[in-house]
Structure formats: C-alpha cells, structure tokens
Design a protein around this ligand. Structure first.
Ligand SMILES: Cc1ncc(COP(=O)(O)O)c(C=O)c1O
Length: 397
C-alpha cells in the first residue's frame, strides 16, 4: 500500500489509547457513565445561531469564499479590537484575518506554512509545550519537522521555560506553538512571557502560533493576548499569528468557526495555502458566527457557568490531588500519582472517564513523562452532574 511514512509516526491519539486502556474494564457502579475525558462544551449556544442559519438557508447552494466573507472577517477583527483594546485599524478583516473551519484546521496547516525544506546543515524544528494538543504534533510531523517537546510542569508555571531553550535549537526553529490559557493545565502566559516569546520569534525568525482558543473561559482577569502585547510593543505584527474559535467561547463546537489573525505577510501566504487545502465554512454558518463574535452577553453568561463548576470542584477536591483552581480553560489537572491507574480505577469503580495525562505528553530527555502523575478532567457538564461526578471521584481515588 503506498503510504506517507510520516503518518506512521502519528500514534499519539489520546482517545484511541484511552479506548484501548478501558476496553476490558467493566464499570461496577450502576450509574450512567460520565465522560469527563472529552473537552466538549455541554452548554447550548445562543438561540440566534439556529435562527440565523434558518434565515440564510437560501445560501446553501453557494461556494463560500475560503478566506471568509468580508462580514465574518470584519466581525472577527472588531472583536479582537474590543477584547484586547487594540488601536483602531491595527487589525483589519481584509489584511489580518482568515476564517478557519475551527482552529484545528489552521493549527494543522500552519506547520505546512512555516516549515521549510530540510537542508544538509539543519533539520527544521517545531517546538510544542509538553503536555500538548494533539494537532500541534500532527501538523509538525506531517510537515517533516523534528518535533521538540518543551516541558510545561508545575516547576515552570505550567508553561515552557523560554529561558531554557538552547540557542542552537532556536536557530533551526521554524514554528513554536504556544497555548494560553493552556490545555490541560489552565496556565495563562502573562505580558512579560508573551513579550519574550515574540522577541525570540523575531530574533530567530520563526512563526509564533499562539493558540488562544480558551481565552474567554477564565476565572479572574481576562487573559492577555499576543496581539495585545504586539500593540504595546508599537503595533508590529511580524512573526505572530493568533488562533481563535467559537467552540469554547460560544459553546458552538459544531459550527466549526474560528480564525487566524496577525502578521499580514503570513496571512497572505496562509490564504494561498488554504486555497489548496483549507476547508470553507458554509455561508449560513458564517452569518451566525459573525453574530456570535458581535455578542458578549452570552459569553459572560457562559463564563459564569464555568466559574460555578470550579466552585464545586474547589469545595469537593480542595487539598486533594494537588488541586488548584486553574486561571483559564475548563479542565482540572489532577496529580493522582499514576494517571493511567487512576483512569482505570475511576472507570471501574465510578463509571467516570478521564484522560491519563501521559497520553497528552511525551517522555522528555530525562526519561520522564510530565503527564504521568496526572489525569485531565473536563468540567463541562451541568452543576449537578459535575458535583455528583467529582464526589464519586473523590470517594474512589
Ligand atoms: C488547545 C486546543 N486548541 C484547539 C482546539 C480546536 O478547537 P476548534 O477546532 O473546535 O476550534 C482544541 C479543541 O479541543 C484545543 O483544546
């Protein structure tokens, strides 16, 4: 069978591994199974989504523009400008934004954009946080780069230590994926951290891809964004791309609407690349999505619902499993000693599925997997379900 050998290197799908781990484990508890392994929002998106899609039904016959409609791109630019208090005109829909069929598509393709041909002197490298979101590895591997996993542990504030990256590695770095708020740990990169990352991207001329898709799910202050830092540095957007999505912000994962924004030279090349391999968003969906980017009320209500779930988690788990209240995102990252064993026990004794941390992280140079001790728990269900699930969890672990 003809095959791209690079695909053979992609064997890290965490949900396939979880399926294997639990395949012969039968829950003993006579309760409905609870899936806390998947980060799928369970709140409903605002009713306007269905209404607008219905109103725009006459557009289903049309091929949508790959880059997004002018209205969609303008709504994204206006939201960025409001959300990050950017100077007016710094981000325009036309020059700085491309619609994406969910950030997943763009995060994969950005590696095709950034990674050059290898040379006899150097193999291009792509840097990822460790633990990481699967698609970063997928893009980097399929683009033919060496994938370098940078530990993001409690000791480094759950973000990669930028000062520890070897300059020889930075010399051949083509792309650096950063996730803030981070999945799974919820850590938020502050202004100084982002400034340093941007400075490195410019000094070593690599693409800094900042995945900000959890930026509207936060506990205290709104997370700083990379474009906000670019604005503070004088407005230069060179080397910086940010990725945003309605999947978490508006609980609209099924709409598949996101965008990439930033450096206009990179955006122009990204548009060219996507004209070959991108996925268009149907026009009725773009109309609904533009209205969601324009609306804040539903986002505030959504955030309040997540805060309540973290209140419940704090009450139930405080003082156990290294519990901390994550500043962003909707996951708990619990230190249970052995993540795989805990996930198995939770399924068998409590009918709860969680994700072993080791499945979303790689063994580092020191022979350790920084996710080994952890499970990731998605806090996405309604309050009563979260409360019942977490007390079941606390009683069997
Ligand atoms: C860190 C991270 N980035 C990107 C995505 C992709 O989201 P979407 O394609 O729905 O925008 C996810 C989805 O779970 C994620 O966790």
């Amino acid at each position: 069978m003809p095959a791209n050998a690079r695909l053979g290197r992609l064997a890290d799908n965490p949900f396939a591994r979880l399926g294997d781990l639990l395949s012969d484990v039968v829950p003993r508890l006579n309760e409905p199974p609870l899936l806390m392994s998947v980060g799928e929002p369970q709140h409903q998106p605002p009713a306007m989504v269905a209404r607008i899609i219905g109103e725009q039904a006459h557009l289903w016959n049309c091929y949508p523009p790959m880059q997004g409609t002018p209205q969609y791109r303008a709504a994204a630019a206006a939201w960025l400008t409001r959300r990050y208090r950017l100077p007016s005109g710094m981000i325009t829909g036309e020059r700085h934004v491309l619609a994406l069929s969910g950030t997943k598509e763009g995060l994969f393709l950005v590696a095709m954009l950034a990674v050059p041909e290898p040379t006899a002197r150097a193999l291009p490298a792509v840097l990822l946080p460790n633990p990481y979101y699967l698609v970063y590895n997928g893009g980097a591997t399929m683009a033919g780069a060496e994938v370098v996993y940078l530990d993001a542990t409690a000791a480094t504030g759950f973000l990669p230590d930028l000062d520890a990256i070897d300059p020889a590695l930075l010399d051949r770095t083509a792309l650096f994926y950063l996730c803030t708020p981070a999945n799974p740990q919820g850590a938020i990169a502050d202004r100084a951290y982002l400034e340093k990352a941007i400075a490195l991207a410019r000094a070593y001329d690599f693409v800094l891809a900042v995945d900000e898709c959890y930026c509207e799910i936060y506990d205290g202050a709104p997370p700083t964004g990379a474009l906000e830092v670019c604005a503070a540095l004088g407005g230069d957007l060179r080397n910086v791309l940010v990725f945003h999505s309605l999947s978490k912000r508006s609980s609209a994962a099924g709409l598949r609407c996101g965008f990439v924004a930033g450096d206009p030279a990179l955006i122009a090349r990204f548009q060219h690349l996507r004209s070959y391999g991108g996925a268009q968003i149907p026009l009725p969906l773009q109309h609904a999505a533009a209205a969601l980017w324009d609306d804040e009320a539903h986002v505030e209500a959504n955030r309040a619902l997540y805060r309540r779930k973290f209140d419940i988690a704090e009450k139930t788990l405080e003082g156990r499993f290294g519990f901390y209240r994550p500043p962003g995102g909707f996951f708990l990252w619990l230190d249970v000693g052995d993540g795989e064993a805990a996930a198995k026990r939770l399924w068998r004794e409590a009918a709860i599925r969680t994700l072993p941390g080791a499945y979303i992280a790689r063994v580092n140079g020191g022979g350790e997997n920084p996710g080994q001790r952890y499970i990731r728990v998605a806090l996405v269900h309604d309050d009563a379900t979260v409360a019942a699930g977490l007390s079941r969890m606390a009683s069997v672990l």
